[in-house]
Ligand binder design. Sequence first.
Ligand code: 03F
Length: 209
Amino acid sequence: MSLLLDNPFQELPPDRAVDTDLFLETVSHIPSFFDCLGSTVFSVIKSDINGNITKIRAVYLKDPAKYVTLQAIVEAERDAHGAQWPKVGATLALMWLKRGLRFIQILLQSLADGERDENNPNLIRVNITKAYEQALKKYHGWIVQKIFRTALLAAPYRSNFLKALSRGEEVKEEDCLANVRQFLVNYTVTVDAIYEMYTNLNAELDYAV
Ligand code: 03F
């Protein structure tokens, strides 16, 4: 079975509110994916994503009834933290988590669209670079950009990456890409909704680490 479709994102309600509990449950399956990629450089990325999920969950668990949606958390922190906000708590964790999710979205979409380097058809560096430039690069100073370049060199071959998304089973490329496309439908809507919320609440920051 496909890793992606085992833990699909749910369709959003008409008001596009993201249910905190469902969101946390769904994203919590992403970090384990890095274990099958081999290189230790991926453990840095895994722990960053894990850390942000943990930070959001810690806030949620303080009052699950109050924090039913992600927006309820961000608004409550805005009201509680004054000038420190939005560089604080779950608001900051979700700000970064969503960038990682956007990176994954653009990478998967690029693969699904068949974008590739004709000279190196079994590499996914063009797809990864596109995702990085659009989702993350401007938030990274030179040291982190160097980590990116290391990760890029350690990136799996296209065939192995697709196999990993299919839980190590031999699945036809077209079948795997069909799963990716199906996964991307609700995933993209969810990531877009979170971005829109950050814009509407004026919660986005553009400092670089
Ligand atoms: C800031 C920053 N976080 C952190 O400093 C950087 C960590 C390392 C970033 C390295 C970038 C490399 C990305 C490219 C990898 C390509 C590999 C592709 C393999 C296929 C923030 O950290 C903290 O998060 C926040 O809590 C803190 O408070 O200022 C704040 C303080 O600092 C980031 O830049 C977020 C990085 C997210 C990277 C996500 C990459 C995902 C890569 C691969 C996904 C594979 C697809 C899996 C699909 C599975 C679907 C189920």
